[in-house]
Design a protein around this ligand. Structure first.
Ligand SMILES: Cc1cc2nc3c(=O)[nH]c(=O)nc-3n(C[C@H](O)[C@H](O)[C@H](O)COP(=O)(O)OP(=O)(O)OC[C@H]3O[C@@H](n4cnc5c(N)ncnc54)[C@H](O)[C@@H]3O)c2cc1C
Length: 417
């Protein structure tokens, strides 16, 4: 019987491609109609890229992604706190890609339609609830005319993101996502890429920071690339920033004054901010971890299961890995509750810990240590924090997030034939 997927985002589309690879019938129901390439830049870690390469998407990713070369933390005074190579430059067998989220989603969508046919994705179809019995699941979807359709299948995969309806039915008293104070403003601007030309650079301190990295290759004539940037400030949680919505557009004047004097000879933050055609505001939220993502024949993956602060570049990466892990479990056990439980057992505890680790700033937490020790002002970082301490901190994070280089390079394929 069919696997029903609710949500045609990164997790849902990867699930569909994985089911197809396994010869399992699958249909994706996506609430939005038509799908559009929304969002700005994200990073795909090598553990996720490996999975997409296994799905035969190497050429397509290379076309739309930029292989990241460096990850750097820079103090407010412009001095380096830490810089390390990334992707293949760091010894991984797969690249790390900086990529436009919407283009990635459309790439996956187009591949689903190409491989499975257009009937595999039903747009304008919003999950409203589910019930199971007699060895099947019945999922209710509402279309744009507000008609309800009941769809029967073997299992329901809730890949419906931050405000998941599947999760809401599992945890009716959970309430909205939790906001801990940080607010992000995101945009893209055309500029010459800095440092290696493919560097992820974070400047500032924990409570006020700026991130930028290119998500296209430079135009050979102008040298300009599309630079994804994120300005972030942490506020008192008593302030009201409204609901978390990835598409809330605001004017730059709302936050530009806080970054007006952030101009270095190698990076002009206010100029980058002013160069954006659209800016999106997002109060950074997550959800408290839960004990289970399985309710009979329904299972959660991606943000529906473990939405986390986007500080370690692993939200989309983990959504992809989840879909592959669930696919591996279905290959072993069939499309049944045993498979759902097996997937949950293999990832839930580690990811619940990662959610909390990212709440504590994830890899960016090094800036907190620097602030504690010197107020964020230093000439030589070695006087503040030894290199070995940062190395250990970063290694712990990569292990927790599933992309420690040696472990990943030596681990068998998630789905083996
Ligand atoms: C419009 C949008 C823009 C984003 N922009 C960014 C960004 O710029 N930077 C960043 O770091 N992250 C962004 N994200 C989040 C990022 O995509 C996810 O954190 C990550 O990719 C995990 O993927 P996911 O598939 O679990 O969730 P998502 O990618 O959020 O996908 C969930 C999908 O489910 C659909 N959906 C929701 N409710 C229902 C329902 N009841 N029934 C059926 N379908 C439903 C949504 O329309 C969406 O397509 C964005 C998400 C969205 C939806």
């Amino acid at each position: 019987m069919t696997v029903i997927v609710a949500g045609g985002g990164i997790a849902g589309m990867t699930m569909a491609l994985t089911c197809h690879e396994l010869d399992i019938p699958v249909v994706v129901h996506e609430s939005v109609d038509p799908l559009q390439p929304l969002g700005v830049g994200i990073n795909l870690q090598p553990n996720a890229v490996r999975e997409l390469f296994d799905l035969g998407l190497e050429r397509q990713l290379e076309e739309i992604g930029v292989p990241a070369k460096e990850w750097a933390l820079v103090g407010r005074n412009g001095n380096d706190v830490w810089a390390e190579p990334r992707g293949r430059d760091a010894g991984y067998l797969w690249p790390q890609y900086s990529i436009h989220r919407g283009r990635l989603q459309m790439l996956l969508y187009e591949e689903v339609v190409k491989r499975l046919g257009s009937s595999a994705v039903v747009t304008g179809s919003r999950l409203t609830g589910y019930g199971s019995g007699d060895g099947i699941i019945r999922a209710s979807f509402q279309n744009l005319a507000s008609d309800t359709n009941i769809v029967e299948g073997a299992v329901l995969v809730g890949a419906d993101g931050l405000h998941s309806a599947a999760r809401k039915q599992m945890y009716p008293n959970e309430g909205p996502p939790v906001w801990g104070g940080p607010v992000m403003w995101r945009g893209t601007s055309e500029a010459v890429p800095i440092r290696t030309g493919a560097s992820f650079v974070l400047v500032g301190k924990l409570e006020q920071r700026f991130v930028c990295y290119p998500i296209t290759r430079p135009n050979p004539t102008t040298g300009l690339a599309t630079i994804n940037w994120i300005a972030e400030i942490t506020y008192d949680t008593s302030e009201d920033w409204g609901d978390s919505d990835w598409n809330r557009q605001v004017a730059v004047e709302k936050f530009l004054p806080f970054f007006e004097d952030w101009a270095f000879d190698w990076l002009d933050v206010p100029e980058l901010i002013r160069g954006a055609s659209a800016v999106y505001e997002y109060p950074m939220v997550d959800r408290d971890p839960v004990d289970s993502w399985v309710d009979d024949r329904c299972v959660l993956i991606g943000d529906a299961a473990h939405v986390m602060y986007p500080v370690g570049s692993n939200g989309a990466s983990q959504a992809i890995v989840d879909a592959r892990m669930l696919g591996a479990a279905m290959k072993e056990h069939g499309t049944n509750v045993t498979a759902l439980k097996s997937y949950e057992g293999s990832v839930l505890q580690d990811l619940n810990e990662l959610v909390l680790r990212n709440r504590g700033a994830g890899p960016v937490g090094i800036l907190g240590i620097v602030e504690e020790r010197c107020g964020g002002v230093f000439d030589n970082i070695e006087d503040v924090i030894p290199r070995s301490e940062i190395e250990e901190y970063m290694a712990r994070y990569k292990t927790a997030a599933g992309f420690a280089v040696e472990t990943l390079n030596n681990s068998p394929k998630t789905i083996q034939f």
